[in-house]
Design a protein around this ligand. Structure first.
Ligand code: BG6
Length: 254
């Protein structure tokens, strides 16, 4: 029975990989309950990333409850590692527990690496971005981000993320009427994968993903299937980690 299940997951991974045009897809097996999906995906991803990391790596992370689970489930290393962990974008207006800064520092401590933080206030005005960018301390982080070789990011449904980021009801309505279904790194995408809105922030831009060796998307929840389809693209992503139910839902929608 076990072998049959493993085979089933392998087939599902292949199907999803072909459907999304990605190089690699990994699926956490089981008909997981909503509340355990994130935990299981977090545990799986933490182990995978920890095994992948080597001295000299620069790992970039985003925020979110999924990434927070990855950080939480990561085991402590007995020795230190020459790995830097950096948040991908600053000030996306989330609770501190699930902010990219917190996740970067937690992971860095667990692996015995170092971290840098992006101290950027939330919802900065467009006209202030250039000034912030000119700050030497910010410049130093942006230089590190340019050399990053692994990125781990989550995906949110557009509506949930807009609300979590305190957009006004009017703004949320406008965003949705512009077709936004998914969000990642502060970018909102429509069903066709086109960008419909970008939050003002400082850090990685979508184009930068092409320069990063390994871009990993971590997202699981059947309710996020549409969002995942809108965000994930072979142009930017190398690996998708999701769970069985979400994988099936994506295949159903595609
Ligand atoms: C946010 C990231 O913190 O978390 C987003 O900035 C991401 O880019 C989101 O989409 C995912 O959140 P969650 O809680 O569903 O993992």
């Amino acid at each position: 029975k076990y072998i049959k299940e493993v085979k089933g997951i392998k087939i599902l991974e292949e199907n999803l990989k072909d459907c999304l045009g990605l190089k690699e897809v990994l699926i956490v097996p089981g008909n997981l309950e909503h509340s355990t999906i994130k935990q299981e995906i977090g545990r799986f991803t933490a182990q995978l990333v920890k095994n992948m990391l080597k001295d000299g790596d620069i790992l970039v992370v985003t925020g979110g409850s999924t990434l927070a689970q990855v950080a939480r489930s990561m085991r402590f290393n007995d020795k230190s590692m020459n790995v830097k962990v950096v948040p991908g974008r600053g000030g996306l207006g989330e609770e501190v527990e699930i902010q990219a800064n917190t996740i970067a520092s937690t992971i860095a401590k667990k692996i015995g690496g170092s971290y840098k933080l992006l101290h950027i206030p939330d919802s900065i005005k467009e006209e202030n971005v250039d000034r912030i960018l000119a700050e030497p301390s910010i410049q130093r982080i942006l230089e590190i981000l340019k050399k990053a070789n692994i990125l781990l990011h989550g995906v949110g449904s557009a509506e949930e993320m807009a609300c979590r980021r305190d957009m006004s009801p009017g703004q949320v309505k406008e965003l949705l009427s512009n077709g936004a279904v998914g969000e990642a790194l502060g970018y909102y995408f429509n069903e066709k994968g086109e960008i419909v809105y970008i939050t003002t922030s400082v850090g990685l831009h979508l184009e930068d993903l092409q320069q990063i060796d390994k871009v990993i998307v971590v997202a699981g929840d059947p309710a996020k299937a549409r969002a995942i389809i809108s965000v994930v693209s072979p142009k930017f992503h190398d690996l998708l980690i999701t769970d069985e139910l979400t994988a099936k839902e994506i295949l159903k929608l595609k």
